[in-house]
Design a protein around this ligand. Structure first.
Ligand SMILES: [Fe+2]
Length: 390
């Protein structure tokens, strides 16, 4: 495969410039949205990296003012959004460059929403018709630039932000939170360490897999999910083994974008179990999904066995079935060094009661192929802590 061919301009689900080196078009993308003074929002981990300074320089040399806001933590909280809004207003900015991994992109999208609202952030949680409360005219335009391949937040219409008052992850949603322009430049992911590459890549897999198995009717989402999973199968191990492999980096970047496009169809219990761990224990999101993945597949067996055959066939697994899918997931996890139990990432039996109550009401639980209550969640945590898949 020639890296020179892995480039394109797409308008689905939003305007995407895809290909190595395309960050050079950042100023054009900002100009197209009428920005002359963007606020680049990123996280502390990458704020000091040359790619941030280079991106600011590209904007400045195109005649724009461009400042950086980076006061964002992993598993971002409401205060990070509030602080970003303050920085945006103090600097008289007229748009947002959302630059980084999932946390940065989610905060940036929420800041772009909140600069034009009178209500508090939590009034825009994805509940009933609360999104109708949004003053769309007040929202700032966003150019999204992912620097990891997993979250897919660059094509998402929501942000996951933790409400620090009760340690719950809330989904802030409005259709217009979908960034108007995206630059997917796989070269920006080359410096990502092995472990993060694996963890976020498994997040992308969990998005496509949960979307595929979710019971809602969305054949487009299902088709995208299949291809997204195939790309992860074919390219995640290469991206983890050699971070400079630009073909693997490119294919994982689009797999990530596809996962998030697909999960408009729904997510499920992998995310329902993972969100409380992230909110309470600050575990890494993709890593947590990857740990719980086989336990959830097994728990859903009754509802997903038939669809698993089609998926296993598409992935070219021997003896296509849920069992061959499970076998592949376990092998892939081992290959990219994902631990087998939640205990290995700090979740203990003493956490089960609190976490299972949260998981049972997580917004993603409705997309699971079978309904799961608090007791089911407690059993799943118990299995995933002790390592018993069956
Ligand atoms: Fe996720």
């Amino acid at each position: 495969m020639n890296i020179k061919n892995l480039t394109g301009n797409w308008n689905y689900p939003t305007a995407i410039r895809f290909g190595c080196g395309r960050i050079s078009e950042i100023a054009d993308a900002c100009h197209e949205l009428g920005m002359s003074s963007p606020l680049l929002i990123t996280d502390q981990g990458i704020a000091a990296l040359p790619m941030v300074a280079d991106t600011v320089e590209l904007c400045v040399s195109a005649g724009m003012n461009c400042a950086v806001f980076s006061d964002i933590q992993a598993n971002p909280v409401g205060k990070n959004v509030d602080d970003g809004v303050t920085a945006y207003k103090a600097g008289n900015h007229d748009g947002v460059i959302a630059f980084g991994g999932g946390s940065a992109l989610d905060v940036a999208k929420a800041v772009a929403l909140m600069v034009g609202q009178d209500r508090p952030l939590w009034d825009f949680e994805d509940v009933d018709d609360w999104c109708t409360r949004v003053n769309v005219d007040g929202m700032a335009p966003v150019v999204a630039v992912p620097t990891t391949s997993g979250t897919g937040s660059e094509v998402g219409r929501a942000s996951v932000i933790t409400d620090e008052s009760n340690h719950t992850k809330k989904i802030i949603f409005h259709a217009s939170m979908l960034p108007a322009k995206v630059i997917c430049d796989p070269e920006l992911t080359v410096g990502l360490p092995k472990n993060i590459t694996a963890w976020v890549g498994m997040d992308a897999l969990s998005h496509s897999m949960e979307a595929y198995f979710s019971p809602f009717y969305h054949p487009m989402g299902e088709g995208i999910a299949l291809k997204g999973m195939q790309l992860v199968k074919d390219f995640l191990p290469d991206a983890v083994n050699d971070g400079t492999d630009l073909v693997a980096r490119s294919q994982m970047m689009i797999a990530s974008t596809m996962g998030a496009t697909a999960f408009q169809k729904g997510l499920g219990a992998m995310h329902s179990l993972s969100h409380p761990c992230g909110a309470v224990l600050n575990t890494q999101h993709g890593l947590t999904n990857a740990v719980v993945m086989p336990y959830v597949l097994e728990r859903n067996r009754e509802a997903i066995s038939d669809k698993a055959i089609d998926l296993a066939r598409f992935l070219n697994l021997p003896n296509p079935s849920l069992d061959s899918l499970l076998k592949w997931v376990l092998e892939l996890r081992e290959q990219v060094e994902i631990p087998h139990t939640l205990a290995e990432i700090g979740v203990a039996d003493s956490h089960i009661e609190e976490l299972s109550k949260m998981a049972a009401v997580d917004p993603t639980v409705g997309g699971n192929p079978i309904p799961l209550d608090v007791e089911d969640m407690a059993k799943l945590y118990d299995n995933a802590i002790s390592g018993n898949i069956r």
